[in-house]
Design a binder for this molecule. Structure first.
Ligand code: ADP
Ligand code: MG
Length: 608
């Protein structure tokens, strides 16, 4: 075939393919246009998962009658004039492509009236060509109706997911915009049924309830880096947050903090099997950013189990000059000028909120099941369950409240745990302790892991890891494929208190270990370290170190099945009390279960 210029409509369709991938892309572009037009209310009507109809109506400023056709032309925009404007944008649109792209792959009906004009204009297009134009009375604002999406691009149609998948995609998208624009009223209906609605009161919590339901919305934790820096944390906080300290230093280099991160995150107890519920906005624009998503998950590191992900809605704000939004036609990717500062700010803001909030998981009474101690040999263990008590003939005379009894102060909703009195050990795995507010069951392994992790981290952050020479240096062989990896990371290892050196073919000599680890087997410690390097996917060396420390502490901690003396238990509990995040182990499992006095009283029928 000879070289030819492509026909105009072919060019349009190819270009449209980049912007309009599926029904949700149409919704995104139309919603962004409505927001750019200053809409206070946006109403979306969807039929057939968006394939039948997508209608977006807004009460924004409308399109002047003389410009309506132009709005549907390619590269026509009212939001940008010169390239420099790209770095001073305060609109979501700027490419002037969306309406043209949508029109080229569907049938469009547009009705719009500019605020200062007396009548509206309606326009009908098909495959990008204008079929009809006429004046029509209409309230100020714009209604764009898109039907028969991809009617002229059968290949695209084949790639569409099921109607229900497209529906949920659209709902998710609208919900996210509603979160970012709480002052705008959103209403979304699918096939005649309203599925999502906010009132535009400016209250983000309302949008959260609409998006996630009351239960989840109530449990989310608000975060704000601006509030964090307004009240500087105690200096020691940096000890556990070397990453944050680094970023702050760099920000000092720029002369000012350039990023604000605020929004909502889930407590560790509320988590998901994938990253889909980590939602990020940059200057009001919904973005997809794998690195920043990793910053969020990394902040939960040691608090969530492997393979679980938090829910988060975070708004990142930077001066427009510091973010390049022109990276991809869908505008869903951006590039930050100070990417590392943004990464650090996200990570630190989330992390700080988490360590301030980690709550003790409360045992719901219904789940409270304890094996009877000392089952007779051969007996199947008898389950003690609260239901037994409920079924037993209850003594219905309630105990009169003792007016002289001291009122128990409620446990502050913060990191600390109260002082505990050790009662004993059960199953050679759990320490039973009493606090001012009830009973605590402490997982000895998880608790010790936490204690070691924090001691180690504090020493490490202060560059004061105490290490102890082995009496006899030990040669450790490693698989050939791992030797290079270990070799390359020897500096890192030695920086956290190991003394390891290369000792011939695939062999290393271990001379010293960090003292906090006590009596770990050096060969095992090295193996753990290698595993960690092999899994490495974190972008920052500090994070690798922290994770490494967590892994090593896990190996070094007291195991379940180990009988402890009262003195050992008391010491462990005291150390745990001094931890900054005593309620979870570094891998995210709870270290303790709390049975409040109130729950006990309820179970014994002393109280409603
Ligand atoms: P962009 O948003 O990048 O400018 P679009 O193709 O989405 O490009 O829109 C083209 C132009 O049409 C916009 O610049 C704007 O002037 C006008 N426009 C589109 N949608 C609306 C709307 N809902 N209300 C007012 N004006 C609109
Ligand atoms: Mg647009």
């Amino acid at each position: 075939m000879p070289i030819r210029l492509l026909a105009d409509d072919v060019v349009s369709q190819i270009a449209a393919g980049e912007v309009i991938e599926r029904p949700a892309s149409v919704v995104k572009e139309l919603v962004e246009n409505a927001l750019d037009a200053g809409a206070r209310a946006i109403t979306l009507t969807i039929e057939g998962g968006g394939r039948g109809l997508i209608r977006v109506a807004d009460d924004g400023q409308g399109i002047p009658a003389g410009e309506v056709e132009l709005a549907f032309a390619r590269h026509a925009t009212s939001k940008l004039a010169v390239t420099d404007d790209l770095f001073a944008l305060n609109t979501l649109g700027f490419r002037g492509e969306a309406l043209a792209a949508i029109a080229s792959v569907s049938r469009v009906h547009a009705l719009t009236r500019a605020r200062d004009e007396s009548a509206g204009v309606q326009l009908r297009l098909e495959g990008g060509r204008v079929l009809e134009r006429s004046a029509l009375g209409a309230p100020p604002g714009t209604v764009i109706s898109v039907s028969d999406l991809f009617f002229n691009v059968p290949a695209r149609l084949k790639f569409l997911k099921s109607e229900s998948a497209e529906r949920s995609h659209i709902t998710g998208l609208v919900a996210r915009y509603a979160l970012a624009y709480p002052h705008v009223r959103f209403k979304l209906s699918h096939d005649g049924r309203t599925v999502f609605q906010t009132h535009g009161t400016g209250d983000v919590r309302e949008a959260l309830v609409a998006a996630y339901g009351v239960e989840i919305a109530k449990s989310l934790i608000a975060v704000d880096s601006a509030a964090d820096s307004a009240a500087p944390p105690p200096a020691s906080e940096d000890d556990l947050d070397p990453l944050g300290a680094v970023v702050r230093e760099r920000q000092a280099d720029y002369g000012r903090p350039t990023v604000r991160v605020h929004g909502f995150i889930s407590p560790p107890s509320l988590n998901r099997a994938n990253r889909k519920d980590i939602t990020l906005f940059a200057n009001g624009r919904w973005i997809q950013d794998a690195r920043l998503t990793a910053a969020v998950t990394q902040a939960y590191h040691t608090m969530l189990m492997v393979g679980r992900y938090p829910l988060a809605v975070l708004f990142i704000e930077t001066p427009p000059a510091e973010v390049d939004v022109n990276v991809h036609p869908t505008k869903a990717e951006v590039r930050f000028r100070y990417a590392e500062a943004v990464f650090g700010s996200v990570e630190r803001t989330v992390r700080r909120a988490l360590t301030m909030n980690a709550p003790v998981p409360h045992l719901a009474p219904r789940q409270w099941q304890i094996y009877a101690p000392d089952p007779r040999p051969g007996d199947t263990p008898r389950l003690w369950s609260p239901d037994w008590f409920a079924a037993a003939p209850a003594d219905s005379t309630p105990q009169p409240a003792d007016p002289a009894a001291p009122v128990q102060p409620p446990l502050p909703h913060a990191v600390a745990i109260p002082l505990l009195r050790v009662i004993g050990q059960i199953g050679a795995a759990y320490i039973v302790a009493e606090g001012p507010d009830g009973l605590y069951l402490i997982d000895q392994h998880a608790a010790h892991e936490r204690v070691l992790y924090e001691q180690f981290s504090v020493q490490h952050a202060a560059a004061q890891v105490v290490s102890q020479n082995l009496l006899h240096p030990m040669a450790v062989h490693v698989p050939a494929e791992s030797a290079g990896l270990l070799e390359a990371n020897l500096d890192l290892l030695n920086a956290i208190g190991f003394g390891v050196e290369s000792f011939g073919a695939n062999t290393f000599l271990v001379r010293a270990l960090p003292t906090v680890l006590g009596q770990v087997d050096p060969a095992r410690a090295v193996r753990v370290v290698i595993e960690d390097f092999e899994e490495d996917e974190t972008p920052l060396a500090d994070a690798v170190e922290q994770r490494l420390i967590a892994r090593i502490c896990k190996r070094a901690a007291i195991k379940a099945g180990q009988t402890l003396t009262p003195a050992e238990m008391t010491q462990l509990v005291m150390q745990l009390e001094q931890c900054r995040a005593p309620r979870t182990c570094p891998h995210g499992r709870p270290t303790m279960i709390h049975l409040s006095v109130e729950a006990l009283e309820r179970q014994f029928g002393r109280k409603g």
